[in-house]
Design a protein around this ligand. Structure first.
Ligand SMILES: [Ca+2]
Ligand SMILES: [Ca+2]
Ligand SMILES: [Ca+2]
Ligand SMILES: [Ca+2]
Length: 434
């Protein structure tokens, strides 16, 4: 500034010096404040802004040319936003006289501005008002974070996203979620008017299972620009547990009993996300992973429990079946009458010299059958191969009360059946009288 001042006022300064030297005969400097008085304000010209119209959140330059007869001191631009808030900013200088101010404006709408300048003497100048219209043509930037594709989903999950817009600070209430169950060909509204908090509690049980699901997030800014993002691949909704079917192979007896080793096959199916695991246990043993068929060979009534899980995490409820094996004939012993005993009216009287028991009057024939695995289904009492009585529940007894006028021998035969169909018999030759 000083240099400019001197150059600009050099001719005037010289004339003062010359006049002074003529008057006084010697050269000396007598400056006067009046001679330097600046009463001329700066000139502001060529006011413009660029680009016009500006895009929201993009740089806008306000420019002008400012000159002064002496020196420009400060140039400011005063900008009023559509919401009536104002800023006052000093403009930068590109010498000699170019002034500019660069800023961004996120709020769409009409902005007004004017420029104010002063010079070093304090003279000021204000321009007329100019305006520019900020448009938002940029949709929000939306990024769906979950589910993006490939997931197996059940129950409730959070759909998560981010949505940002340079001119719309929060987008709250502007989020719409949609789903497709045909691989993205068509989308159906899931929910609208959501806060832009980046998460939505998605209850998948309200939708049918399927393998062609996608999610779409839409965000609408205040200028109705819509940003969107969708799953890039299909994901699976699966709220149905797998189903396991057992197959038992072995020699079958009766009433659901097997008579030898049983081979067990388990077949689990899941049509949506697929079977993830198949577990079983025998009695209350530890759970084992089913990989191939297995056998149960020990006799008894075993419990087999199994369930499968699918890739979405659904657990089939436990199924328990009985695997019943009894290949052993039941034991049977006639416990009354006994060999070599005299019975009178069902009472044991004495031992006889003969092996053949003598029964006088009524007798209750009894048997026992220890350690029977499947249980006794039937006991058959026969005399000389003629069935006299079938007993299907305890006590395993038969009251032999037929009168025999003359003593005679019989073959008493007791045949026993277990529930698996195994049989056995015991016999005793007896003599009966009365
Ligand atoms: Ca001036
Ligand atoms: Ca926008
Ligand atoms: Ca499933
Ligand atoms: Ca048996």
């Amino acid at each position: 500034m000083a240099k400019k001042y001197i150059i600009e006022y050099y001719p005037k300064l010289c004339s003062i010096l010359i006049i002074s030297s003529l008057l006084c005969g010697s050269i000396f400097f007598v400056p006067t404040s009046a001679s330097l008085q600046d009463v001329t304000p700066p000139e502001i010209t060529q006011v413009l802004h660029f680009p016009d119209p500006p895009e929201a959140a993009e740089n806008l330059n306000i420019m002008c040319n400012v000159t002064d007869n002496i020196a420009v001191h400060t140039v400011q631009v005063i900008i009023t936003a559509p919401d009536e808030t104002s800023i006052e900013a000093e403009m930068s200088n590109l010498p000699p006289s170019f002034y500019y101010y660069t800023d961004t404006y996120s709020m769409p709408g009409i902005y007004t501005y004017y420029i104010w300048a002063n010079d070093t003497a304090g003279n000021t100048k204000t321009t007329t008002t100019y305006s520019f219209h900020v448009f938002d043509t940029m949709p929000p930037l939306v990024d769906l974070a979950y589910p993006t594709g490939g997931e197996n989903i059940r129950g409730r999950v959070n759909i998560t996203w981010t949505a940002l817009d340079k001119s719309d600070p929060n987008l709250n209430g502007d989020i719409t979620l949609a789903y497709s169950n045909d691989g993205g060909a068509n989308y159906n509204l899931l929910v609208s008017g959501q806060e832009n908090d980046g998460t939505y509690d998605f209850d998948t049980t309200l939708l049918p299972d399927g393998t062609l699901y996608r999610i779409q997030v839409n965000a609408t800014d205040s200028s109705d620009n819509i940003g969107t993002d969708s799953s890039t691949a299909n994901f699976t909704l699966d709220n149905t547990p797998p189903q396991t079917t057992p197959t038992l192979m072995g020699p079958q007896g009766q009433n659901g009993w097997y008579t030898d080793t049983v081979t067990i096959y388990l077949d689990a199916i899941d049509n949506t996300s697929g079977v993830s695991s198949l577990l079983y246990r025998i009695e209350n043993g530890s759970w084992m992973t089913y990989e191939e068929s297995f056998i149960i060979s020990s006799e008894g009534n075993h419990t087999l429990t199994f369930y499968a899980t699918d890739a979405a995490g659904n657990h089939e409820s436990h199924t328990t079946i009985n695997v019943k094996i009894d290949g052993t004939d039941p034991l049977v012993n006639i416990t009354k009458p006994l060999s070599g005993v005299l019975y009178i009216s069902d009472r044991e009287i004495i031992s006889l010299s003969s092996e053949i028991p003598l029964i006088i009057g009524t007798l209750t024939v009894t048997v026992d059958s220890p350690n029977e695995t499947s249980g006794i289904r039937l006991v058959e009492f026969s005399l000389d191969y003629q069935i006299e009585e079938n007993i299907s529940e305890e006590p395993w007894t038969w009251t032999w009360d037929d009168s025999v006028l003359f003593p005679r021998k019989y073959l008493l035969l007791v045949k026993i059946y277990d529930w698996a169909g195994n049989t056995n018999l015991d016999t005793l030759v007896v003599r009966k009288w009365l």
